[in-house]
Design a protein around this ligand. Structure first.
Ligand code: BDP
Length: 723
């Protein structure tokens, strides 16, 4: 009887497993940490013979987490449990340890490798020890062990061999941060993946599993900091009630090497401190911030510091008191300096009282302050001078402030790039900016060298990514938007990695190692960024999205109170032509670049065509390099964008056999929406611009089946992401 019962139970559990895995095939929650069993049999046996057990030195939480991760990952990918042992005499063992905990006998095998290895760095090395084969994962401090463990697992995830390893790696940037634009009510400004994952109401007692999984995912790509709150800040977060909640999150994140940061609302001394002013030169105000910093550090000894948006888009700041950015930033810097904290002061400023080209304002305002900030201040600069467009030339501030550490701000959430419905692989955009040459110190002075400190010899370095994470089950709303989180993290670790390599890693870790799938999907991802540019803003057009929510095309908008909030300000289409003249004969924004770059952008003929209308106002019949007129070229790009989305959809359909049903269908539905919206962009923009060009659509461009009035009548009062 017992036997029969046991059989029945076995059968039942088998049944449950099978149904479970089909119904909940894959909702994407596990991100790139899928750890599926290795399909390639040769590799599988190679892995099995190289990894028999794990030996762990050290007892910290970080080390424990590393061991658990290795066990989980290896057991998953090898299809058998890989135990932890304490026997270093056995063969084919993975040894993890920080240098200080390592068994003395091992030291001679690796000591030389540690010369010049920065903090957080690690070594993965195959060694022979007393005739046994071992793989050592060793770091200077515990967090490096975790990074090394993830790096080792990635080798298996991407189907590489794991014998003869000698890998040394360390992050190139010190502060690798996510910026959450999350509000206390859990709305997320420019968030398209549900609500904020921070459940402030239930904190500090209730620790959502998400917080742990979030920290783990970030650690797996080397992200080491998180700004929990929106740059349009709420002073409440600095009150004791909320600091207690922040402390609880900090405690969860700490063993994963992640520090928490907060946005500081500049007027907080008035709002929550009962002071009459927030003037940074007022001693009471300075003292208030010092006390606040002390209070925070008493709770959170490794608190990272403050991110500040001041005197921008209505946020309070030092200019309210006729002080300047230096006064404001330095006051906060002094408050956190005794504890090792930093201030990230944003350069995203433009003013309705300043009639000059918006693209010039941040540079004009900040560059004169070079060298005046305290040494724990970083100025945080968006990748381009306007605002996270599908394409912008690099921000002219990069390279222009040799005595001030500049940190790069990228947007991971797709505010201007189709929200979480469009498949756009952003590392291609990041790479383009990082590899751009500023010529600050002659040829080869790339933006990457500015931000990693090597160009101007800064040691305070960083990158910030505006997060695309929300409480959607798959975290980012679109399965492929996970690649943007992943890719951002990898580039913050090493800004010289290629977007293509990152895409390949991500595909292998997230979906499959089948070569056909990897090649096909990689090509699709790499192209996707150019595709969105084609169907939204080709040839350097920018900021022609819907008002406020930035959803869909609205190049016609001209009635907003601030001129630079209107799309017509940016495209300047008229009977003569289209584009923003930023050359010497126009706004002269080109003069903010170093001479070589200025010269290139100052003439239409030498400006790369991808940036043409960013810098030039050109006639509709201007001849492009391909002999088409500008009008024809623009029309053809919009059509090409649509065609390319159609190709993405068919590519995805062809790859069906490699993908679980759930993710296949999710992505397919999104691609269908993307196709619909790409057509909408094409039709609305071409109908609108055609009023000025008065030229027919070239052959091959699909004629719209609705009129311009229709597109202009569309309203989206509930478009997501307005915070
Ligand atoms: C713009 C967003 C706005 C942000 C602002 C910023 O539309 O929601 O507050 O940037 O970066 O892109 O401060």
């Amino acid at each position: 009887m017992a036997f029969i019962l046991q059989k029945a139970r076995l059968f039942l559990s088998f049944f449950i497993v099978v149904t479970f895995s089909q119904t909940y095939a894959n909702n994407g929650y596990d991100l790139w940490l899928q750890y599926k069993k290795t399909e390639n049999n040769n590799l599988l046996s190679h892995y099995k013979s190289t990894v028999k057990s794990i030996v762990v030195f050290g007892t910290s939480k970080t080390i424990e987490i590393s061991a658990r991760e290795l066990k989980k990952g290896l057991s998953g990918m090898l299809g058998q449990t890989i135990p932890k042992t304490s026997n270093i005499e056995s063969d084919n063992v993975i040894v993890i340890s920080s240098l200080s905990n390592l068994e003395k006998n091992f030291l001679p095998l690796i000591e030389n490798d540690f010369v010049n290895l920065p903090d957080e760095g690690f070594l993965i090395k195959s060694v022979k020890y007393r005739n046994k084969n071992l793989t050592l994962i060793i770091s200077k401090n515990d967090i490096g062990v975790l990074y090394g463990s993830f790096a080792f697992l990635r080798l298996l995830q991407t189907n590489q061999r794991i014998d003869n390893l000698n890998i040394k790696d360390a992050p190139r940037l010190k502060h690798r941060l996510l910026n959450h634009w999350d509000n206390p009510d859990r709305t997320v400004e420019r968030g398209y993946a549900g609500f904020s994952i921070w459940n402030w109401h239930k904190l500090p007692e209730y620790i959502d599993q998400r917080y742990i999984d979030y920290a783990r995912a970030n650690a797996s790509v080397g992200i080491n900091g998180t700004v929990l709150t929106n740059v349009n800040a709420n002073a409440l977060i600095l009150t004791p009630e909320y600091l207690e909640k922040v402390e609880a999150l900090a405690n969860v994140f700490r063993p994963y090497g992640i520090k928490v940061y907060l946005t500081a609302r500049f007027s907080a001394p008035i709002q929550i401190g009962k002071l009459e002013t927030a003037d940074p030169l007022d001693e009471k105000v300075q003292q208030w911030w010092k006390n606040k910093a002390k209070e925070i550090y008493e709770r959170i000894p490794d608190f990272g510091g403050f991110l500040v948006k001041a005197n921008s888009e209505g946020q309070p700041g030092p200019q309210n008191y006729r002080r300047n950015h230096v006064d404001g930033a330095n006051m906060l810097a002094d408050a956190v300096a005794p504890y090792g904290g930093i201030v990230m002061w944003r350069a995203f400023v433009y003013s309705e009282h300043d009639p000059t080209d918006r693209a010039k304002q941040a540079y004009s305002e900040f560059v004169p302050y070079d060298g005046q900030f305290r040494n724990n201040v970083m100025v945080q600069v968006k990748n381009g001078a306007i605002d996270f467009q599908p394409r912008e030339p690099f921000h002219p501030m990069f390279g222009a402030m040799p005595h001030t550490p500049l940190t790069m701000e990228f947007q991971i959430t797709q505010e201007y790039l189709g929200f979480s419905t469009h498949l756009v692989y952003l590392p291609k955009l990041y790479e383009e900016v990082l590899q751009a040459d500023t010529y600050a110190q002659g040829k080869g002075s790339t933006v990457a060298k500015v931000i990693d400190g090597s160009l101007h010899n800064n040691s305070l370095t960083g990158m910030a990514g505006v997060s695309n994470i929300g409480n959607d089950i798959n975290w980012t709303g679109h399965h492929f938007a996970q690649a943007n989180w992943y890719g951002y993290g990898r580039l913050a670790w090493n800004p010289y990695l290629s977007a293509e390599k990152i895409a390949e890693e991500w595909i292998r870790c997230t979906f499959s190692n089948s070569e056909e799938f990897v090649d096909t999907i990689k090509r699709m991802m790499i192209k996707s960024r150019e595709t969105v540019v084609n169907y939204m803003t080709p040839y350097g057009l920018h900021h022609i999205m819907g008002t406020g929510h930035h959803y869909g095309p609205a190049p016609w908008v001209s009635n907003l109170p601030r001129p630079e909030w209107n799309p017509v300000y940016y495209h300047k289409a008229d009977g003569y032509g289209i584009g923003f003249n930023r050359t010497k004969s126009g706004s002269n924004a080109t003069s903010q670049y170093f001479p070589e770059v200025e010269k290139m952008y100052d003439k239409a003929k030498t400006t790369p065509e991808k940036d043409l209308l960013w810098f030039h106002h050109l006639p509709w019949d201007y001849k492009l390099k391909n002999e088409l007129t500008l009008w024809e070229g623009i029309a053809m790009k919009y059509q090409q964008g649509v065609n390319e989305v159609y190709e993405m959809l068919t590519t995805w359909e062809k790859m069906k056999k490699y993908i679980d049903n759930e993710r296949y269908n999710d992505v397919k539905m999104s691609l269908e929406i993307q196709l619909k919206e790409a057509k909408w962009w094409r039709d609305a923009c071409l109908l609108y611009f055609q009023q000025f060009s008065e030229m027919p659509l070239p052959d091959g461009v699909h004629a719209p089946n609705k009129n311009l009035d229709y597109y202009q009548s569309l309203k989206f009062p509930y478009a997501p992401g307005r915070g």
